[in-house]
Design a binder for this molecule. Structure first.
Ligand code: FA5
Ligand code: MG
Length: 432
């Protein structure tokens, strides 16, 4: 615990990751606990439920698009390093410089220049620049987030890009055009990333013709509904919801109706033409989408807790097999160990408030680094300001549960104490 505390509260001068050395700086916020996920490749592990979902998606795309010789059109990249540059994860995708998703409180930064990818879309531009026009990217992504049964700071995504030329798109309607005649061919300098507020614009991009956009939209939605029906069965209820992504316009989310709720499963849209231009593609239009694998797997296998995907327990892993990809078994809980809930209350230092000098995500990371996966859930249950001192008091409820055995109260108390001590050290708080 002493070592965990030290590691959680300060960083070495440099980090050695996958044989590369990265200098640390004031942006560094990756923790050893988070870095321990690199290379685990659950999406490639034989018989793992995430690997089974990956294969179902890849096989669906292999079947949906074939060339004249009958070979799959799409190629798959599932071993790309999750350490990417700020340029790959944000700039290349036209994500505004002041966009919330860039914040230190939302991402795991190795340093000012490098981070653990927050979406598999980060690889889009390098692959297109390399000449690819139909591809899938699968891998784990990293986001700082709350902790509960459906949120874990590492999860998996599959992304796809499909580019088509005028001749291909209008095979049956020669004479139609991808680009407006009135369009000069130049767009705003794609290297200039402007600050801008998140605004939804479902109109087509000015450079595209309406025919081209409508045909692409139709093809994309047809394929994605096909994938959804392949996974959830032909009778699944779904709907399209307009949304905003900086890298697509127009953009949609696909939701499915599951257990009396609409659940978002993927995001997609018509690729911004500036991105293609930057990657050296001038004569094509493209669609792109990104889907989360855990969300699909939790529904399809009836897996109740997202942490189970990281379990090495043979009682869990032995329940799944890639022998029969079409027949997905329902997960049978091994056993239910009791939860144990402890509250931790403290005063923030004077003049410090939540999101002004103290971030709840920093506390979640500290707790996770010290206690590991026995922390099932953390929630902020109380917050108030002392009328006289002006100091802010916070109360976090930490729910402990071991995945494989019963924790004793004494064990929990000891872990809880370590978290309290480390909080004092890291955030200069005063335990109440
Ligand atoms: C993205 O990550 C976009 N890059 C997707 C995209 C790609 C849009 C290409 C357009 C073109 P979003 O943050 O909504 O978007 O995540 C995409 C999907 O990942 C979600 O629909 C969901 O299935 C999954 N996902 C997102 N956050 C979580 C989470 N915390 N836990 C589990 N799954 C998640
Ligand atoms: Mg979303």
């Amino acid at each position: 615990p002493e070592e965990a505390k030290r590691q959680a509260t300060q960083h070495p001068l440099q980090l050695e990751i996958n044989g590369n050395t990265y200098p640390t700086d004031s942006w560094t916020n990756v923790t050893p606990k988070i870095l321990s996920h690199l290379g685990l490749n659950k999406h490639l592990q034989r018989d793992h439920p995430l690997s089974i979902i990956r294969q179902r998606i890849v096989n669906y795309f292999y079947g949906a698009y074939r060339n004249q010789r009958g070979n799959p059109l799409f190629s798959v990249y599932d071993k790309l390093s999750p350490i990417v540059t700020v340029q790959q994860n944000f700039d290349n995708l036209l994500i505004p410089i002041d966009h919330v998703s860039r914040q230190k409180s939302d991402c795991y930064y190795v340093n000012r220049e490098h981070l653990l990818r927050a979406h598999t879309t980060a690889h889009q531009v390098e692959l297109i620049s390399g000449g690819l026009d139909n591809f899938l990217v699968v891998g784990e992504v990293y986001r700082r987030d709350e902790i509960d049964s459906t949120h874990y700071p590492v999860f998996h995504q599959a992304d796809a890009v499909r580019l088509v030329t005028k001749d291909k798109l209008f095979e049956r309607n020669p004479g139609l055009e991808l680009f407006e005649e009135t369009w000069s061919g130049s767009l705003a300098d794609p290297k200039r990333i402007l600050p801008s507020s998140k605004c939804m614009d479902q109109t087509k991009q000015p450079c595209h013709t309406l025919e081209a956009v409508k045909l692409m939209e139709h093809e994309m939605k047809h394929v994605l509904v096909g994938l959804t029906k392949d996974l959830f069965g032909p009778r699944i209820k779904y709907r399209w919801v307009d949304t905003y992504f900086p890298f697509t316009q127009p953009s949609w989310e696909l939701e499915i109706y599951f257990k009396d709720n609409w659940l978002e499963v993927l995001g997609c849209g018509i690729m911004r033409h500036e991105i293609l231009q930057k990657a050296g593609v001038h004569q094509s239009i493209g669609y792109a989408f990104g889907v989360g694998l855990e969300r699909l797997a939790m529904i399809l296998f009836d897996i109740p807790d997202i942490r189970l995907f990281w379990s090495n327990d043979s009682g869990f892993l032995s329940q799944f097999s890639e022998q029969d990809l079409q027949n997905l078994p329902k997960y049978k809980p091994i056993s239910h160990y009791p939860q144990c809930s402890n509250d931790l209350s403290f005063w923030l230092p004077a003049n410090v408030e939540i999101d002004a000098g103290f971030s709840a995500n920093d506390f979640y990371d500290l707790a996770r680094t010290i206690a590991g996966d026995v922390v099932e859930q953390i929630s902020l249950v109380d917050k108030f300001k002392h009328p006289k001192t002006g100091k802010t008091s916070l109360c976090f409820r930490i729910v402990y549960r071991h995945m494989e055995r019963t924790l004793t109260q004494a064990e929990v108390n000891e872990i809880h104490k370590h978290i309290a001590d480390a909080s004092v050290e890291a955030f200069n708080v005063q335990i109440r």
